[in-house]
Design a protein around this ligand. Structure first.
Ligand SMILES: Cc1ncc(COP(=O)(O)O)c(C=O)c1O
Length: 469
């Protein structure tokens, strides 16, 4: 990380934690020079970066101030508290009924799982698709099916290297999105009836996969900033025959938590001690707001226990259905299982993404995307503070495009969901994120769409509905 990026990160953290309050002046160049021992040009570069990220703004002849938008008057939720027993999962019907309601493009998409298509370089990707297919040797159309496009494999390997993970390319299995990777991993290491540790709340598709494979969920509490409760996990691993863990150690969906590096090391040590494999779902890895990507648990893996699943769906090419897993000691089994089921993701889609990664300016696109998402997060937080009941609690993740809301206990989020939908607004109600249909007064809202008057009106409408519940 460059020095100005480090300084920007330090100041962003002061803003995020509330040490620097909205409207407060950030240190002047002279103060910052004295406190941080850096040159004026480094300070200016850091402040320009923070201004781009929507966290501070310049006032004529007065310096830089923390933006009002960065205010977080709503408190943060506490840890979740799932039951201590294992549970059979039965959520699919509820999930499908919620997802089915998201299809109307006229609906305000707070319930969506994707950012706005406007934020993706789709025309540039189309050019990459045309270019890659024009140049593709005939034999590649068939040969690339099994192992995957070699350029794509190399590019993914390179990105791991940059993120501090040295990976043997043989570990990589290219899949139909992360969803296939996650399914294959779980099938590789479990049998029906086994116990799997998951987060509570968890991504709803995790619950559906467990349900489909007849696995039982052991739900581990999650804190919206600190991530999973390692004490509870240690206790469960010691006392229950858990066969696998499925966690998101960074930008967890839906709560947004990212474990600190020390906690990641501790988690890995725990899994290694018990020799329990980890399926690491890291599909939001590229959407961090800070200058550095959070370190994946895979980077600690010296025993091949971690199956690290990634995807281009959230950061580049939704609908192309290209993802992957770095499968550790399970890679070969996962690859065979893939050959027995879907054989391969589309070869043209792989070739298009490989071409884009080489020539399309992926990192430039990601920088713009992260700034858009962070600015929209600030807008949604500020809007929630204006319109939602004062007792509402909300997460504040350091990346991604979801906020997790905990409403007053009296609110039934399934009722809120129905009433909001009748007004053309979608949201993801809490119970779809729980094996036991918990989180009844919670909801996940998506801020992945450019913020406009319609977004503001929709938040106001939600606020009016909340006031009646
Ligand atoms: C946490 C999480 N994991 C996996 C996926 C699936 O990713 P893909 O579209 O690559 O299959 C999603 C998409 O919603 C997700 O939110």
């Amino acid at each position: 990380m460059k020095r100005y990026e480090q300084l920007a990160e330090q100041i962003a953290e002061l803003i995020r934690s509330g040490v620097l309050a909205p409207g407060e002046r950030v240190p002047s160049v002279r103060q910052a020079r004295r406190s941080y021992g850096v040159s004026p040009s480094t300070i200016f570069q850091a402040y320009y970066l923070l201004e781009d990220r929507g966290l501070i703004q310049a006032r004529a002849r007065s310096g830089y101030f923390v933006r009002e938008l960065a205010r977080q008057p709503l408190a943060e939720p506490g840890s979740s508290a799932p039951t201590a027993t294992s549970t059979e999962v039965d959520v699919s019907e509820l999930v499908f009924s919620v997802l089915g309601s998201l299809k109307d493009p006229a609906t305000v998409p707070f319930g969506s799982a994707f950012p706005s298509p406007e934020l993706f370089p789709l025309p540039r990707l189309a050019r990459s698709m045309a270019h890659a297919l024009r140049d593709m040797p005939g034999h590649a159309v068939i040969a690339d099916m099994t192992a995957g496009n070699p350029d794509l494999r190399r590019q993914i390997g390179l990105r791991y290297r940059v993120a501090g993970v040295s990976l043997a390319l043989e570990e990589l299995v290219i899949t139909n999105g992360a969803m296939e990777a996650l399914n294959l991993c779980l099938q590789t290491v479990t049998q029906p009836g086994d116990l799997v540790a998951i987060e509570s709340p968890a991504f709803y598709a995790t619950l559906q996969v467990l349900e489909r494979l007849k696995l039982k969920a052991v739900e581990i509490p999650v804190h919206p900033r600190e991530g999973i409760d390692l004490g509870v996990l240690a206790e469960r691993l010691a006392n229950l025959p858990i066969k696998a863990c499925w966690f998101m150690s960074s930008l967890q969906n839906p709560m947004g938590a990212t474990l600190g590096e020390a906690q990641k090391a501790e988690l890995y040590a725990l899994l290694k001690r018990h020799q329990v494999p980890l399926i690491e779902d890291d599909v939001y890895a590229e959407l961090h707001y800070g200058a550095q990507p959070p370190r994946p648990l895979k980077s600690f893996d010296d025993a091949g226990l971690v199956m690290h699943c990634g995807s281009f769906s959230k950061s580049l090419a939704p609908g192309y259905r290209v993802g992957w897993v770095a499968g550790g000691r399970y890679a070969e089994q996962i690859a065979r299982l893939k050959l027995m089921t879907t054989i391969s993701p589309s070869v043209p889609a792989q070739a298009a993404i490989a071409d884009y990664l080489q020539h399309g300016g992926y990192d430039r696109h990601l920088r713009k995307l992260r700034i858009a998402l962070e600015t929209q997060q600030a807008a949604m937080l500020a809007s929630a503070a204006r319109h939602f009941p004062a007792e509402t609690r909300v997460s504040r993740p350091a990346g991604g495009y979801f906020l997790w809301f905990e409403f007053p206990e009296r609110v039934d989020s399934l009722q809120l969901f129905q009433l909001a939908l009748a007004q053309g607004i979608s949201l993801a109600p809490g119970p779809i994120f729980s094996a036991t249909r918990g989180f009844r007064h919670c909801a996940r809202l998506n801020h992945g769409h450019p913020w406009d008057a319609q977004s503001e009106q929709a938040m106001a409408a939600l606020g009016r509905i909340l006031a009646t519940l």
